[in-house]
Every structure is written in structure tokens, then in C-alpha cells.
Ligand binder design. Sequence first.
Ligand code: HSE
Length: 437
Amino acid sequence: MPPVRVGILGLGTVGGGVVNVLRRNADQITRRCGRRIDIIHAAARRLDAPRICALDGILLTTDPMSVVENPEVDIVVEVMGGLNPAHALIERALTLGKPVVTANKALLAHEGNALFELAEARGTMVAFEAAVAGGVPIIKAIREGLAANRIEWLAGIINGTGNFILTAMRDAGRSFADVLAEAQALGYAEADPTFDVEGIDAAHKLTILAAIAFGMPLKFEGVYTEGLSKLQTEDVRYARELGYQIKQLGIARRHDNGVELRVHPTLIPERRLLANVDGVKNAVLVWADAVGSTLYYGAGAGAEPTASAVVADLVDVVRTLTADPTHRVPHLAVVPSQITDLPVLPISAVTTGYYLRLMVLDQPGVLANIARVLADHGINIEAMIQKEASPETQHLPIVLLTHPLQEAVMDRAISALESLDSVQLPIVRIRVESLAG
Ligand code: HSE
């Protein structure tokens, strides 16, 4: 068989990793898909930028559309990121009937429904393993490995940069800005790092995971998102005293009346494997009816882990090039006519446990008042610790864990607690998940 010819859009961290992995493992990859995969044409913003890969034998350009339109290019790999011009380039490739391999979670979260429709109409496909959890083959695991199951919920650490920052803050007491700069230097962070720290990147990935787990359209606009930037080190410390770790989780859960989609800092019991996923590692815990819980773990960002997923997609695409398009694995795990438009539930409808930290005046009756407000709202306290008052402010922290309750009830209870004279504003609230089946 003649080699398959690939055009690549973007030669940064991920693009460079793809070139290196394809070249280094060329023999293995050829054995696996029966044909050689050659990158013949590449587009980069600047041709003189320093690279992590050699580019001999590859035609270089600053015009990505010329790569897409090159009649010799059979498959387009998009690893430039961002919405534009990636959107127009992928649309053009699909219109030409060329399969696309992309790591672009933001674009898929926003435009994936239309792109998949276009791919199906043109008898081609979009492969996107690298868009979620870097090198962890979570798309394949959910879409194919768990195809027998009804998936009930999944919870994942799906932003490597955020987890890298949280881990270094906890273990080394390093500042947020210092660790973020290191994550950027290592090529983990998004071009706009607020996407990492504010949970937007994780929300893009959760959108994709939920769609394939539940066979629903991509609904990024429905994801409730809360970032890491407001998290304080004392809450990380108090959580540990109570036997919990704080992780930035993406959670998707199916209910009879819709799905929960949420990204926020979360207390999880430290005995859970997920609580011990540190650094740039990602992990996704999936609960499905037949198999129960399964956990997928690995590097969530970086040149070669992400390249591992891109190249695996290339191998898949090459293997299926001759298959009848209607018999390929569907983009969102179910055949297009069976995609169900599930409503996304508001965060006020979510039921979860809560960690609360109240800064209160050291006076008689304060604790009794807090307990009364919680009791009036039917809130059951699971654990409580009280710390010494700060000499400067005379306020002391009271930390509470509650049993699960509906967020709307907790909103009302927090308003009532904040109206007590002895309670300083604002009350810190972090959701708690037991992650039990
Ligand atoms: N910025 C992303 C992360 C890169 O840190 O996880 C991988 O998607």
C-alpha cells in the first residue's frame, strides 16, 4: 500500500511531538496500520521559530489553507488550537472529504455538533482523542470499551495545568503565579492560561465527555464553571485535616430529568484513587451499570503524551479509510439519528455535600446560632472543626462538612448565615463528592 500523506496545521508543542513520535515509531506504526504515515506538508505561524522536531522532507508554509487544499494531503491534523482560523480550516478539509484529526477541545465544545454533521454528510470523520485528557485514551474507552453499559456518571481531573498548580501549592507552598509560569514553560498551559485556572478548558473537555457518555449533543453553554483562582491555602489545609483533598473536578451525571454538567473545586475523600492524582496527570472515573467504576489515568498535557493520542487517531483513521462511513464508530458514540437532546440541569438543582468555612466573632452563642440556621434549613452536619481566633481580626474559622443537600437549599442557608452579625462575609463554600458508586 502507498503511504498515507498527512498535512499538519501547527508545529508548536503538540505538532512537534506528533512529528517526533511518528518518526521515532514509524516501524511500529506501519506494522499496526499496514501503511506508512508520512507528514508531507506543515503550516506554522513563523517558519524561523525554534522547534522540538526536525522538519526535513516536509514542505513548510505559513498558509494553513494551502495545506488543507493540497491535493496530495489525504488527512489533515489540526494542532494549532483556538477557534479561528482552525474552524474554517477544518470545515474546508471536511468539505473536501478529508478526515481530520484534532486536539482542539475548545472548537469541538463550541462547533462540534455542526462539524460532525458536516463530516457525516461528506462521508468522512473527525477524530479527537487528544482533545480530552492528553495521552489518556478516554474517548476510545467510553465510546468503544464501555459500549455495553449505561453510563451513570463520570468525574475527572481533566486539566493538567490546574492539577499541577494545586499539587505544587499543596506540597511546596509555592505561589499560584510561580507555578503557572512553570506550567506555561513546560507547554501545559493554554495560550490563554485563564482557560486553565478558571475551569474553561476543563468545561470544554467535560462537554465532549458528557456527549459521548450520554449520547447527547455538545452543550458547552450549559456547563457550570468555577475556577481555582479563589481557592485559599487554608481551605486546602482544613480539608486535609478532615480527610479530604481538594481537586478541580469535571462532573457529569445523568438524571431522569436531565444531566448535571459542572466544573469546580471539590473535596474528595483522600482514600479515593482520584485524590492521589497529582501534578500534570489527569484521571477520569466512570461509573457504568454493568462494569461499575473504572478509572483512566495518565499524562494530561505535554508534547509526547498529546502526540500519543493524535497518532493513535491517525492510525485509527488510516485503518478505517476503506470502511463504509456509516459503519465507522459514530462521533458521539451513538448513531446520529439516536442522539438525544437531554436538558442540562441548573447548578441550583444539584445535590452534593458541602464544605463551609465561616469566619466568626469569638462570642457566646455564635455556634448555637449557626447550628440553628442549618437546622432550620434541614441541613445535617457531618463534621465540624473550630480553629483559634486570629490575633489581628479576632475572627476564628469554623469549618463544617454537611451531608448532601440541594444547592438551592444551601444558597438560602448561606444567605441566612451571612445575615448573622457575628459572621464575616463571605462564607467559603466548596462542594464535596464521595465518588462512591
Ligand atoms: N492546558 C491543557 C491542560 C492542555 O493543562 O490540561 C491539555 O489539554
